[in-house]
Design a binder for this molecule. Structure first.
Ligand code: AMP
Ligand code: ZN
Length: 479
């Protein structure tokens, strides 16, 4: 038996009851990271949301096949590997290992399959051949392009139409394309670059085709659910749909869900803007449990603004939850009555929230209602109520992952941080010196140095706030 769940489907822009193709089974694909550096906590939001979907669907009784890829063949990877004189695939592989460590530190459950592009070449090439055979792909000088106008419903996810897109594209760049919106499926490799043999010569795939090919390899022609960050909706997901539907001649995916951004100030946290905090640095400073909490304590479709208050609140809540879980282990039952209805209803209430488009924030709210009630009722708990309390904590751990398997270790980590903060004699002159240096770096548009300084301070739990008048103030993030 599975429990009903409603999902906001971006294909229809409506919240709909989730109907799977096969009863009780979910074919779920989530776009994974490009591996060439440490991921930032904005990326983490996308991966933790994918993890939430996987956990909740499983808790609701579904047999979930969850695929999350690693993009290990990409222009940025090739460029970075060249800089350090390394083989691109080996370089990317090193970063796959680092990313996996980060994912584990966030309490993410492993996906069923985690394919890499470099290991999916035969399927990618086959799919491109199918697209050409079915009249949607064409070859120009060793390059294969997807002919967008062959798909009359192109734009059905992003709600863009081909005419509108065409007028926004500069024509001179696209002389070799049949249509300005056409995109690359396979590109010839330059001398010395990683390449694979193909019917069109040595080359490598364009970005979009990998997800279509990996989804087909592990999930078949039609998926139940597809997820990624909101920035992937166009063109990446739109192109995935076009490719898969052209190759397989059937619908690609029934439900599309996208998480909103994590913003830093008013801007998206992103590498190109240089306003990133890496997962690794954050977890070293505050622990993975806190980051997971920050990212899932708001609904995945709501924007999340990164502020000191958000961090502080997450720390307080993680502490409260883990103190409570440890405390409940010491509770003694008092009598053999039925389960207290106030305690009993929490799991059901949390399920209700989660069945409403994975409302993790709502579920957390329900848990805190239960926590407050239980603390007050602790001297008067029947055996059955006590069992139910443990069951509720376990449910929280399974679904949101907000209860660590080892709550004592989370509290020990907080203690250690507290000691470090109180022992550290913060050198104000050193901070002021760095602030001045950053000001100079910013004035000369040396954003890399300015960013480095922010990170250097952040590593010591010192947060900078840029004021409208150009000055910066700092404070130690309290614990
Ligand atoms: P990338 O490696 O850049 O392709 O990004 C991997 C995933 O992270 C994608 O699903 C992106 O949409 C997502 N992502 C990147 N930046 C952010 C952000 N600031 N907030 C939320 N998701 C993001
Ligand atoms: Zn993808």
């Amino acid at each position: 038996m599975t429990r009903e769940i409603k999902i906001h489907n971006n294909l229809t822009r409506k919240k709909e009851t989730f109907q799977t193709i096969e009863a009780g089974k979910v074919k779920f694909y989530s776009c994974g990271p490009t591996t060439y550096d440490f991921l930032h906590i904005g990326n983490a939001r996308a991966f933790v949301v994918g993890d939430l979907f996987n956990r909740v669907l499983k808790a609701f009784g579904y047999d979930v096949t969850f695929v999350r890829n690693f993009t290990d063949v990409d222009d940025k990877i090739i460029a970075r590997a060249k800089e350090v004189n390394q083989d691109a695939i080996k370089f990317a592989d090193h970063w796959v290992t680092e990313v996996q460590k980060d994912m584990e530190s966030l309490g993410m459950r492993p996906a069923t399959h985690t394919p890499k592009v470099s290991e999916t070449m035969p399927e990618i090439i086959q799919m491109i051949q199918d697209i050409i055979k079915n009249g949607s792909g064409y070859v120009v000088d060793g390059e294969v392009l997807f002919n967008v106008p062959t798909m009359p419903d192109y734009g059905k996810l992003s709600k863009k139409d081909i005419d509108g897109l065409q007028s926004g594209i500069r024509v001179e760049v696209d002389a070799h394309k049949k249509h300005p919106t056409d995109f690359v499926l396979w590109k010839p490799a330059k001398e010395g670059e990683a390449s694979w043999d193909s019917p069109w010569g040595k080359g490598r795939p364009g970005w979009h085709i990998e997800c279509s090919a990996m989804a087909k390899k592990f999930l078949g022609n039609t998926l139940d659910l597809h997820h990624g960050g909101i920035d992937l909706m166009f063109p990446h997901h739109e192109n995935e749909i076009a490719q898969s539907e052209a190759a397989n001649k059937c619908g690609f995916c029934n439900y599309w869900a996208h998480n909103e951004f994590l913003n830093f100030g008013t801007e998206k946290m992103s590498k190109s803007l240089g306003n990133v905090i890496t997962i690794r640095k954050f977890v070293e400073a505050y622990g993975g449990q806190v980051l997971r909490h920050v990212l899932l304590s708001v609904h995945y479709r709501a924007r999340l603004e990164w502020t000191d208050e958000v961090l502080q609140r997450a720390m307080d809540e993680v502490k409260r939850i883990h103190e409570f879980v440890i405390e409940t282990k010491r509770y003694k039952a008092n009598g053999s009555g039925p389960i207290d209805p106030e305690i009993e209803k929490c799991i059901e209430k949390m399920m209700e929230e989660l069945s409403n488009d994975f409302n993790s924030a709502g579920a957390l709210g329900q848990y805190f209602t239960f926590l407050r009630y239980t603390k007050n009722a602790k001297d008067n708990l029947s055996e059955a109520s006590l069992k139910q309390i443990h069951k509720t904590n376990e449910f929280m751990r399974e679904t949101l992952g907000f209860v660590n398997i080892d709550p004592e270790s989370v509290m020990a980590e907080f203690k250690k941080q507290e000691q470090n903060t109180s022992n550290s004699d913060v050198d104000a002159a050193w901070i002021e010196g760095l602030i001045e240096e950053r000001k100079v770096a910013k004035a000369s548009k040396n954003w890399a140095r300015a960013d480095e300084i922010r990170k250097e301070l952040m590593a010591k739990k010192i947060e900078l706030k840029d004021n409208p008048d150009g000055s910066s103030t700092w404070k130690i993030l309290g614990l």
